[in-house]
Structures are given as C-alpha cells and as structure tokens.
Design a protein around this ligand. Structure first.
Ligand SMILES: [Ca+2]
Length: 172
C-alpha cells in the first residue's frame, strides 16, 4: 500500500463560506433537514462501528451531545456510552454534513487498523476534512486500494490526493 503524505497541500482550495468556516464545535443549523433517513444532505449523523447503526441530528452539536456530553477537550468524548473516534466532514474546514464515528474503546496503538467503516452511498467520494479523537488515527481509502493518512489531529483539508475520493474509513 502507498502511504500518502497528507501535509499541507492547499492547491485547488475552494472558497468556503464564513458560515461553513465555523469550527466543528459550533452548531450548524441547516434548513430543510429531516431526521427521517440517514445521511441526507446537511445532516449530522453518528455511526457506531460496534452497533452498525446511524443516528442523525440536525446539528453537529446535537449529534455529539446525545448522551449529554458537550464537546470539550479532545479526549474520550462519549456518545451513547461509546467513545468518539473521529468526525469526517463533507466540506473543507469542517463544513457541510458530518459523520461522527464512535468506537467501543480507545483505538489500541497496536500498529493495526482496528475499526473499519465502509461508507454509505451518500458519504462515498465526499469527505474533505477530518478530526481524529481519542487515541484514534484516521486512514482514508479510495476505491483504488491505496490509502491516505494517518490523520492524527484536526485536518481542515484532507489533501488533493484523497479529497472527495474516500470510500472506506479506517481507525487505528
Ligand atoms: Ca467534499
């Protein structure tokens, strides 16, 4: 496999609205959303890798506070008893729809990818920024079988190589 340097490639950066530039912890209230189905445009969903279930909300703040836990600090944020491993975003600078991935335990640092998520049709070829939480590092896989990463922190842009190409997310 090829490991791609995800450093600070900013070429081709699109203009991002001031609204979308609001940090991930800020509630983004988007009009016209519905909780009726998973991963509709403008939705903020939580996916549990152990339960294989999506739960969706109108705002990222709601998604992260399902269990009454407000996003503060970086470590071991919990949603419905699980730990937040990562949040991925549709747009650069943590904008657009978000998908928060929860894991049953902090990612073991054992040199392996411990948790996998094959993205839904909606999320395929859409991820542009990511946040790694807890002890987890993110790996982004395009359909070609290469990968980009690890993303160990907040990355406001995933880089030209993998932008809008991810079909599978791994947490290690
Ligand atoms: Ca995108």
């Amino acid at each position: 496999m090829t490991t791609v340097n995800t450093g600070s490639q900013r070429r081709g950066r699109r203009v991002v609205s001031a609204f979308a530039a609001a940090a991930g912890a800020v509630a983004l209230t988007l009009a016209g959303t519905s909780a009726a189905s998973a991963a509709q445009p403008g939705q903020h969903c939580v996916y549990s890798v152990s339960a294989h279930e999506y739960t969706c909300h109108d705002t990222l703040a709601e998604a992260k506070s399902q269990a009454g836990t407000r996003p503060q600090g970086r470590d071991f944020l919990r949603v419905q008893g699980e730990i937040i491993g990562a949040t991925v975003f549709e747009d650069e600078n943590y904008g657009g729809s978000s998908l928060t991935i929860t894991v049953p335990e902090p990612c073991p640092k054992n040199g392996k990818v411990d948790f996998w998520l094959d993205l839904s049709d909606y999320w395929q070829d859409r991820i542009s920024s990511v946040q790694a939480w807890s002890t987890c590092w993110l790996w982004l896989y395009p359909s070609s079988g290469d990968r980009a990463g690890p993303y160990k922190d907040n990355h406001s842009y995933v880089g030209d190589y993998i932008n809008d190409r991810t079909v599978t997310v791994g947490l290690s």
